[in-house]
Write a protein of this length. Sequence first.
Length: 404
Amino acid sequence: MNPARGRVFLWHTTQYHYIYACMKLSPKSKLPNLETSIFTVMSQMAVKEKAINLSQGFPDFGADPELLDLYREAIADGYNQYAPMGGIFSLREAISEKTAALYGAVYHPEKEITVTAGATQAIYTAIASVVYPGDEVIVFKPAYDCYEPSVVAQGGIPVVLQLKGPDFRIDWDALRHAINPKTRMIMLNSPHNPSGTLLKAKDLLRLQEILRDTDILVLSDEVYEHLVFDHNTHESVCKYQDLKERSFICASFGKTFHVTGWKMGYCLAPEVLMREFRKLHEFVVFAVNHPAQRAIASYLKNPAHYQSLGSFFQRKRDLFLHGIKGSRFRFTPSEGTYFQLLDYSEISKSPDLEYAKTLTVNHGVASIPISVFNVNRADHHQLRFCFAKTDETLKRATEILAAL
Ligand code: PMP
Ligand code: GLN
C-alpha cells in the first residue's frame, strides 16, 4: 500500500475506534435537556456584536481598592495553602456578627456557617445534601437558572409554580395545593432575580404558617441581601424562628463586593442541616480560596462596606430609569437586586428572545429575555437589564433605549 493511502486507512480505523468507544462509554445524561445558559448566550452575543452588555449580572467597574489591597497582602503574607474545610474562623466569625447585627439571628461560627465557592456551590451542595430521588422541590418561576438542574441531578423533581402579576407575588393557594408528603424543600429568592421584587414580612409570616407542622426544608437564596431600595428592608428567613430552623441561607460575596470572579460565598444553616452540608462540601471543594477569605474577613470588619450598597445601587437604578423616562418602555422600579425589568410591548410584538437579539445586533444593547425563566416559557414581552454599570455605560445605553 502506498504510504499516503496507508495513513488515510489508519486515520479512518482510528476514527471508527474512537466513535465506537464514545458510543459505548457515552453515559446516560443526568441533565439531558440542558441548554447553554442564557447568560452565556447573551454575553457572547454582546461581545461579538460589540454591544453594551446589560445582560449577564456583573459590574463593569472595579472593586474597592482597599479590598484588592487586602487580597494582595494576604498572598504576600503567605496565606496560599489550604484553608480549613468550613472556612477560616475569622471570616465565619465576621459572617456570624454581620448576621446577628442585621437580622438578630445567631449562627454559631464553627457549626452553622460554611464558606463556599460562590452561592452557586452553596445552593448545589445544600440541595445535594438533603434531596433524594423522587423528592419534590418547589421552585417559584421565573427562577435563577441553577435551581432546577441542581434538583434534577439528585433525582429530585422540581415542582414549578409561576409567580403572579406585575409584583411577582406567590400564589398561596397554588403553594398549598402543591405541598404533599413528597415535598422535601421550597426554594426562595429575595431580592428576586430577575424581577427585582422583594418578599415582604407578611409573605414570610404566611409561609411560616403553611410550613409549621411539616418537615419541609427551605433553601433561601439571599445573594442580593444588601441591594434593597426605597426604605424597604431585606426580610431574611433567619428573622423568622420557625423558618430559620428549617432553612439553608445562601449568600454571595461576589455580588456584595463587586467581585463576581472570585466566586466566594457562604451558607448558613442550623447544625443538623449544616452537618450534612459539610459532608458533601468536603468532597466537592474541601476548602475555598484562602487569600480571598483573609481579605474578606478583614474587609467585613467595617459594616459601612455593605451598609452603603443599597444607596449606591439605588442611585444607579435611578440613573437608568431617568435615562429612559419618556421612552416607550413600561416598568415598575426595581425594589432590590441590580436588575430592572422593562416591558417593550409598545415598541415591538416580537417574542422576547427575538427582541433581545434585535436589540443587541441592531441597536447595540444586550439584555436577558425573561421567558426562559418562566413556566412553559411564558413570554410577557419583558427584558432584564443589569444596572451594575458605570454611569457612563448607563448613559450610553439609555440614550439608545430612550430613542426606540
Ligand atoms: N443566585 C442568584 C439569584 C444569582 O443571581 C446568582 C448570580 N450571581 C447566584 C445565585 C450565584 O452567585 P455566585 O456568583 O456567588 O455563585
Ligand atoms: N447571576 C448572574 C445573572 O443573573 C449570572 C451568573 C452566571 O452567568 N451564571 O445574570
